[in-house]
Every structure is written in C-alpha cells, then in structure tokens.
Design a protein around this ligand. Structure first.
Ligand SMILES: Cc1cc2nc3c(=O)[nH]c(=O)nc-3n(C[C@H](O)[C@H](O)[C@H](O)COP(=O)(O)O)c2cc1C
Length: 207
C-alpha cells in the first residue's frame, strides 16, 4: 500500500502517537510515535524496551490507532493483558494487533540505522484495517494525559523532578477537561509515578 493511503487510517503527516504491537513469539504493546514526513514513515526506538527487541528481531509489527487513554497509560508501564490482543495471520506467523483499535496498520522495516541509544527504521505499510469511522472532537484532557505519560517515561529514565511538575500541570487539564476514562488513566499514571518514586527513595533500582 502507498504511504498516502495512511490518511484513511488516521496516520497523517507529523508524529502520530499509536500503540505499537509487536512480538511474534510474545505479544507486547507500547505507545510509540510514528513520524510521517515527505511521503515516508519512520520510528525511533530507544534501547531497553521490549518493543526495541521485538522490532529488531522480527522487523514487522502493527501500529494501532486508538484514543483510549487507559490503553496508552497501561501499556506505557506494563504489558497489556492477553485479552487485549488479536492476531493478523501472515504466511505462517501471527502478528499481534490491538483489539478494539480504531485502525491497525501492518508495517515492515525498510532501512534500519543503529546508534548507541536507539534504532531508527524507515517503515513500509503493508496492509491496514479500519474498524471505527466515528468522528471525535479534540479533548484536552486526553491530549494532556498522553503528554503526562510521555513526561512519566522521561522521569522514569532520568529521575529529574522537573518532570513531576510537568506531569502535575498536564493532569490539572485532564481533571478539568477529561471524561471518566481520562481521569481513570490519570489515576493509574499517578500510582505508577508513586511506585517509581518509592523505588528511587529506596535505592532499589538496579539500572
Ligand atoms: C505517547 C508516548 C509516545 C512514546 N514514543 C516513543 C517512541 O517513539 N520511541 C520509544 O522508544 N519510546 C517511546 N515511548 C516510551 C515507550 O512507550 C516506553 O519506553 C515503554 O515502556 C516501552 O514498553 P515496552 O518495554 O513494553 O516496549 C513513548 C511513550 C509514550 C507515552
């Protein structure tokens, strides 16, 4: 399929935050930004994640478009439960997809470049499925909780407390503008932050 067709599946120019499902052997889900620019699409995966290992190994995965903040927040900190996955059969392999996503696109890797911290791959769309064409207005509570999840991954990595202030600011917007799902996602995020803080305070990290 052509890159221009990705518009129909919600992956437009710029960076699209999707849930990437990967792992032919062990299905895994994590939020990742797809970068679409000049009729090409790329991902940059930082070392240390399961997604990095899976994509490096299989060179094939699915990008799932969803506005469900619970799936974003849960898959940031741990894997999703088996009941959240379904499978796309390709030859003799099964590529995991997110159940109930608005759309899913299967990508294979083209050229891959490795640096010390990350791999960047041009990715080629192969097939796509759309499940939901309902329009959705922008909800600032949703975008803010996704932004907070990004800050949380940076806090986890750096332990820099500036990110905690940024998270609080984002979640203020979520509590003001979000629906119940966004507020529930904010609660899960705050619990995860508490866990990270405890690990920092207890010096239990092995990294
Ligand atoms: C909205 C959002 C976008 C993200 N984009 C990326 C990305 O483009 N590349 C990356 O390596 N990590 C990204 N992350 C961080 C990963 O999702 C995070 O490291 C996650 O824990 C990886 O999970 P895994 O070990 O199950 O693969 C993003 C996180 C969020 C919340």
């Amino acid at each position: 399929m052509e890159v221009s067709e990705l518009d129909k599946y919600g992956i437009c120019d710029g960076i699209s935050e999707i849930i990437l499902t990967s792992g032919i052997k062990n299905p895994n889900a994590a939020p990742i930004g797809l970068i679409r620019k000049d009729n090409k699409v790329f991902i940059r995966l930082y070392k240390g994640s399961t997604t990095y290992e899976n994509v490096k190994q299989d060179e094939i995965f699915a990008a799932n478009v969803t506005c469900n903040p619970l799936l974003f927040v849960k898959s940031t900190f741990s894997n999703l439960e088996n009941e959240n996955f379904k499978y796309y059969h390709l030859n003799s392999t099964k590529i995991p997809l997110l159940k109930n996503s608005a759309s899913s696109v299967i990508f294979r890797c083209g050229e891959i470049k490795h640096t010390e911290q990350a791999m960047t791959a041009e990715i080629i769309p192969m097939n796509a499925m759309a499940n939901d064409y309902r329009p959705r207005a922008i909800n600032r509570g949703l975008t803010a909780v996704i932004e907070a999840a990004v800050h949380a991954t940076r806090y986890e990595l750096t332990r820099n407390s500036d990110f905690l202030d940024l998270i609080d600011r984002c979640l203020e917007t979520t509590y003001k503008c979000g629906g119940q799902r966004e507020k529930d996602a904010a609660e899960i995020l705050l619990n995860e932050i508490d866990e990270i803080k405890k690990r920092v305070a207890g010096g239990k990290d092995t990294e």
